[in-house]
Ligand binder design. Structure first.
Ligand code: 6PG
Ligand code: NI
Length: 182
């Protein structure tokens, strides 16, 4: 039997996924500034807020295939508000997702189709089930980098418009080191 290295060289805990099938996205503050409540005028818009690596396996049209990825979020504050992902619901709401905490401290915000909102704490070793009908957003509440792995069906897609039309009713701030959800 031939024993091979993983077909993508990956080191989740080190925050690295490489390989020919990896796509990387970078979100800078300029891409997110409108979403923050109290952004000041002197913000550095070049700040990298988060990076998303996704390893896309096999035929993307083949239902049942899975992608997996890694989100790396920096401990940035904007007007005291903790760094958060854009957030989305899956375009195909029959597609669920699993998140797993790898490093750092965060919150995973959920919102159901009726606007019901709740959160789970994310930390190294935590595992989170996301129903396909639930909008999901990560927030870095820690003082270090938050790294979260994910696995989702290749056919899930992302519906960002839904979250823009139904904004999360909760914001997470850090004031004097204390996390405040408003
Ligand atoms: C997905 C995952 C995940 C997510 C990132 C960035 O469905 O692909 O939920 O990879 O895309 O954490 O979050 P946003 O896509 O909301 O910016
Ligand atoms: Ni998702």
């Amino acid at each position: 039997m031939k024993i091979m290295e993983p077909n993508a060289v990956h080191d989740f805990y080190g925050g690295v996924i490489t390989g020919t099938a990896v796509k990387t996205g970078v979100k800078r503050l300029r891409d997110m500034i409108g979403a923050y409540k109290e952004a000041g005028e002197a913000e550095d818009l070049d700040r990298v807020m988060y990076e998303v690596y996704s390893f896309e396996n096999g035929d993307p049209a083949q239902a049942g295939n899975l992608n997996w990825g890694l989100t790396v979020m920096y401990p940035e504050l904007v007007g005291g508000e903790c760094n958060f992902t854009r957030g989305h619901v899956h375009a195909d709401q029959s597609c669920a997702e699993i998140y797993f905490g790898l490093d750092g401290q965060g919150l995973l915000l959920f919102m159901d189709q009726d606007g019901g909102t709740w959160a789970e704490k994310v930390r190294r070793g935590s595992l989170h089930y996301i129903d396909g009908r639930w909008a999901h957003r990560l927030v870095n509440t820690g003082d270090g980098v938050l790294k979260v792995g994910a696995c989702w069906p290749v056919t899930a897609g992302h519906d960002y418009q839904w979250v823009e039309d139904h904004p999360f009713p909760v914001r997470v701030f850090k004031k004097n080191g204390e996390i405040i959800c408003i």
